[in-house]
Write a protein that binds this ligand. Structure first.
Ligand code: ADP
Ligand code: MG
Length: 362
């Protein structure tokens, strides 16, 4: 095992009665990493975290911290800490008392406790005067910061977060996402974060694990998961995407109304598609171009404009292809398509922007 692996899971299984929530999970998390697990509701995210912090027992498998088994260690003896969506602060206590709570448990003397609490307030960008403020008088965002300060007061090696921002409104969530990323950098601690929002995961994480029905579908950097998903599930989870069922014969790619130019790039793709037998071609909406009458591209498809939706700085177009498939195109406002609904258009994109998902047809 490399020296910098902090947490390692081998064959971790969790069964509830006749239902298998985790199907033998393997995972290595590196020291100091911001690692995020993303997946739909019910995919097993909270179950993993509950096993890691010791709130629940695993059915089979092993969990190691710095190479030492911890799966049989009681929760209070594990050097980890959890931040929940429901913050579980003590509402009748002051901010300072809440933050100091872990230190009091450890019998740190009052003066040292206060010094540390003030440091943590500063780290979380809260004024020192909040030390005496009641938690019940704090806003949602402030409570979230107090909960983080209290978690850090435990001085855990790993901080676990189970959807801590999901109850907050959009703007506050966006600013706290950035603060969490910044806090991670400043503390140098290992953060293991759970969310069902891929956008949130992409903002903060060093690596992301995509979870589906108790298994990891893909574990990689945000960039790689976005541009090279291993499955249709991952591709669709990472936002809107255009998918074509494709096959290839004699270096020629065929599929769903596509016209494919014959060149070195498409030939290479055709070879991979032929070898995989079944394949899906993926193209993100922002890489699709509206082609003029003389325009050409590696891949082209014809269709009719069905919908135009302004989304702030970007515009979304829905195009129904001749084969009946709905395609999505996204343009920046300044690159907008001039025409309107009902127009017949030709769409195109380069092979370099398309990705082949091997072994998966629609
Ligand atoms: P997530 O956090 O990804 O939404 P969970 O890990 O909470 O999902 O749950 C995964 C699956 O395990 C769900 O189908 C859930 O119903 C089931 N599950 C979780 N805890 C229990 C339990 N204590 N008893 C029975 N089933 C459970
Ligand atoms: Mg959950």
């Amino acid at each position: 095992m490399p020296a910098n692996t902090i947490l390692r899971l081998d064959g971790v299984r969790k069964v509830f009665g006749s239902f298998t929530a985790l199907h033998g999970i393997d995972l290595e998390i590196q020291e100091g990493e911001f690692f995020t697990i993303v997946g739909p509701s019910g995919s097993g995210k909270s179950t993993i975290i509950r096993l890691l912090v010791g709130m629940d027992e695993l059915t089979a498998g092993e969990i190691r911290l710095h190479g030492e088994r911890i799966d049989q260690t009681p929760a209070n003896l594990r050097p980890t800490c959890m931040v929940f969506q429901s913050l579980a602060l003590f509402p009748h206590m002051s901010v300072g008392q809440n933050i100091e709570f872990p230190l009091k448990l450890r019998k740190v003397d009052p003066a040292a406790r206060k010094t540390r609490a003030i440091e943590l307030l500063e780290l979380l960008h809260l004024p020192a005067s909040y030390y005496d403020k009641r938690v019940s008088e704090c806003s949602g965002g402030e409570k979230q910061r107090v909960a983080l300060a209290r978690a850090l007061a435990f001085d855990p090696e790993i901080l676990f977060f189970d959807e801590p921002l999901s109850a907050l409104d959009y703007r506050l969530r966006k600013s706290l996402e950035k603060e969490l990323k910044d806090l991670h950098a400043r503390t140098g601690k290992t953060f293991v974060y759970i969310t069902h929002s891929l956008e949130e995961a992409m903002v903060m994480s060093d690596r992301i694990a995509i979870m589906k029905e108790g298994r990891f579908e893909q574990i990689s950097t945000a960039d790689e998961i976005y541009s090279q998903p291993v499955s249709r599930f991952v591709a669709e989870f990472m936002g809107e995407v255009n998918l074509f069922d494709v096959s290839a014969f004699n270096d020629r790619i065929e599929g769903e109304g596509l016209t494919v130019a014959q060149n070195a790039a498409t030939k290479g793709m055709a070879e991979r598609i032929a070898a995989a037998r079944n394949a899906t071609l993926m193209i993100r909406p922002e890489y699709v171009q509206f082609l003029g009458p003389d325009g050409s591209a590696d891949f082209t498809v014809e269709g009719k404009v069905q919908g135009i939706y302004a989304l702030g700085s970007r515009i979304h177009y829905e195009i129904k292809s001749a084969e009946g498939q709905i395609l999505t195109v996204e343009k920046l406002r300044e690159d907008r398509y001039d025409g309107g609904k009902g127009d017949t258009v030709r769409l195109g994109w380069g092979a370099a922007n398309a990705h082949v998902i091997e072994g998966q047809s629609l």
